[in-house]
Design a binder for this molecule. Structure first.
Ligand code: GLA
Length: 391
């Protein structure tokens, strides 16, 4: 995806709409560990990455929201006095959903022209949708001269995706797109929304390998996993009345109830309970500089996602296996919702370029597909980027 500076986008906007724009930006993310734990009130450890979605905006005199993109030919013109009651099935649903959520929160959105440029690869599990939502929210807020705390913006964008787009996603992506910080991963408690920044040494890179097999979240499997977790909580709460989410269940408690649960529900719960433990341990290992230990936990996470949660794919498994034995490799796993998309690999900085080439060759030999591979570091979220983005 072509990189474009906010200034370049503002210039393109001037050519398209013949007016000055402000540009707001928000990044995609890579999740290092803690997969399918966020909607179980658990822990996650993502980091923002240096692919941003930029939204250029200026107000109009009427009540039309005109949304265009530098990538897609279709544009979208919405009459805000009479907005659609359900999603349009197009990329601009994410923008529209945010506008409608802001209106619901009492922040009326006025007519505006928007031009979107996204650098985050789409359908790769790197949260292009969260980046678009957060950048759009910042753009609308600025038009209304309103400010909201970053965490409120994140939850509002999550609601837009839950309610309007219909994907029952958790809070991880929007949260880290807002709160990410260069050089750090974000250890987030998805219940309290309290977080700690975990320093990532610059001796390692995140090498993100795109299997090129698209992942699609509004597809039913994600929502099905979520429903299975809820079923697990329902069964477990008969024995443990205090529990509200899988976050509240220990491995020993789950084990004791294994016989009372359908096997598939037990497997889903076991993944979540153990994955939460792994996230907390990964934070500790990063802090003590034990990168080999982090790598082991990432491998365990992948195995669990493949065997217990069953959200991996043949391509993801091939890409994960292809990393083994390469110099400088500490560990890797699928990242994001699954069923396609990317793997994330922790690789020493000195070996990252050689790793990129070698894993690309191996994957292509096995699948015939030429993968996109990105060497990334932890980047700033929208909050930290905000001042820079206003032109
Ligand atoms: C998607 C969702 C997140 C999270 C992950 C799985 O990225 O948007 O909320 O549930 O899947 O960890």
């Amino acid at each position: 995806m072509r990189k474009m500076t906010p200034e370049e986008l503002a210039e393109l906007f001037r050519q398209n709409f013949d007016s000055q724009a402000e540009v707001f930006s928000a990044p995609g993310r890579v999740n290092l560990i803690g997969e399918h734990t966020d909607y179980n009130d658990g822990f996650v450890l993502p980091s923002a990455i240096g692919f941003y979605t930029h939204v250029a905006v200026s107000s109009r005199g009427d009540r039309t929201l005109s949304i265009r993109s530098t990538e897609f030919p279709d544009s979208c013109d919405i009459d805000l006095a009479n907005p659609p009651g359900k999603k349009l099935g197009a990329w601009c649903d994410y923008v529209l959903g945010v506008a409608l959520e802001l209106a619901r929160a009492g922040i009326g959105v006025r007519g505006a022209n928007l031009l979107v440029h996204g650098e985050v690869p789409i359908g790769a599990g790197l949260s292009s949708s969260a980046a678009l939502e957060v950048a759009s929210a910042l753009a609308f807020l600025s038009l209304e001269a309103k400010e909201l705390p970053l965490t409120t913006i994140a939850t509002l964008c999550q609601r837009a995706e839950n309610e309007f787009v219909g994907a029952r996603v958790g809070i991880m992506d929007q949260f880290v797109s807002c709160h990410g910080r260069e050089g750090y991963a974000v250890l987030l408690d998805c219940r309290s929304l309290g977080y700690e920044l975990v320093p990532i040494p610059d001796t390692v890179k995140f090498v993100i390998c795109n299997t090129m097999a698209k992942h699609e979240l509004s597809g039913g499997e994600y929502n099905l996993r979520r429903a299975q977790c809820e079923q697990g909580v329902e069964i477990l709460s008969r024995s443990y009345p205090g529990i509200k989410a899988l976050r509240d269940v220990t491995a020993a408690q789950l084990e004791a109830q294994a016989e009372t649960m359908p096997p598939v529900i037990y497997k889903r719960c076991l993944h979540v309970v153990r994955e939460n433990e792994r996230v907390v341990e990964t934070g500790e290992r990063f802090r003590s500089g034990d990168l080999a230990g982090v790598g082991r936990l990432m491998r365990d996470s992948h195995r669990s996602l493949r065997n217990l949660y069953e959200v991996s794919s043949q391509e993801l498994d091939i890409m994960v296996d292809a990393a083994e034995g390469l110099p400088g490799f500490f560990g890797g796993r699928m990242t994001g919702g699954g069923f396609g998309g990317c793997t994330v690999n922790l690789v020493s900085t000195a070996s990252a370029e050689a790793f990129r080439q070698a894993i690309g060759r191996r994957y292509q030999q096995k699948t015939g597909i030429s993968p996109d591979i990105y060497i990334c570091s932890a980047a700033h979220g929208a909050g930290a980027e905000l001042k820079k983005a206003v032109v």
